[in-house]
Unconditional design. Structure first.
Length: 276
């Protein structure tokens, strides 16, 4: 799986540089002194929020005493941090922190998600997306809401129409299908869309029925993004109104994977639950 888009390349490069810094055992003060850069600049590179100058890579590789092959690999990644991402055409519709998730989602090989209230973004029909945005941000204009819906539909195409689409398992709380977002007409169309996707070999949509009682992730939606390429660490994404949180530490991944498995055990296939 090649790195795709500057957002993902920046993130990948930042993760690798962060690991090199930690394995070096050096203090940050010594690193920035030798590399002749500010602490803020170093952290922005590691967070993947800025384009990276090749000279910065050379300086950090010299400080970390890495070999020539690794330096060349990181240099190639740095050159890709200025590429243009397709979603930049929707910059007016991107919420806080969404671009990184969009980039990772587009190249993930496995997507596991639990949703407590919403149909997962990858499966939403446009009218459903519009209604959710109207409720979340009532001050948005109709044109702004339509742009957000267009962005979501394009995200769906980029992920679901790939030559090798990801394996997706989505577990929905029963409330997702019960809540009348946009009214009966919109929900009928949304249910049809879910059934269409659930029929695909690489998609498994499941529902935690009301009679399942308490479960391991009450009201706490999350997504696990997995990658075959070991250069990309598996990450957990927990969404928030002012931006998402990403976790990749082994103990966090293990906890969320266990939570997902526990919730999945209480679910049933969409076909068994939604007979409307």
């Amino acid at each position: 799986m090649p790195a795709t888009g500057r957002t993902v390349v920046r993130w990948q490069l930042g993760q690798r540089l962060q690991r090199l810094r930690k394995s070096s055992g050096m203090k940050v003060a010594d690193i920035i002194a030798e590399a002749e850069m500010s602490k803020a600049h170093l952290y922005r590179i590691e967070e993947g929020t800025i384009p990276v100058n090749v000279k910065d890579i050379w300086a950090l590789c010299r400080v970390y005493r890495v070999d020539g092959q690794t330096t060349d690999e990181l240099t190639r990644l740095a050159k890709g941090t200025t590429d243009r991402d397709w979603w930049e055409d929707y910059s007016d519709a991107l919420g806080t922190g969404v671009s990184l998730f969009v980039g990772l989602e587009e190249v993930a090989d496995e997507i596991l998600s639990y949703e407590a209230e919403l149909v997962p973004g990858l499966f939403q029909v446009a009218d459903y997306t519009r209604e959710v945005n109207r409720a979340e941000r009532p001050n948005l204009t109709d044109s702004a809401i339509s742009r957000r819906a267009d962005l979501r539909q394009e995200r769906q195409r980029k992920v679901l129409e790939r030559a090798q689409p990801p394996r997706i398992t989505a577990v929905l709380n029963a409330a997702v299908l019960t809540r009348q977002v946009g009214g009966p007409g919109v929900m009928a169309a949304q249910r049809r869309r879910l059934r269409e996707f659930s029929a695909l070999d690489h998609v498994d949509i499941r529902v935690v029925p009301w009679n399942a009682g308490a479960h391991a992730s009450m009201g706490k939606p999350f997504t696990i993004l997995g990658f075959r390429d070991t250069a990309y660490p598996t990450v957990v994404h927990v969404d928030g109104r002012t931006g998402g949180k990403y976790m990749e530490r082994r103990e966090h991944l293990d906890e969320y994977r266990e939570t997902f498995d526990l919730v999945r055990e209480k679910s049933v296939p969409l076909e068994e639950y939604d007979t409307s």
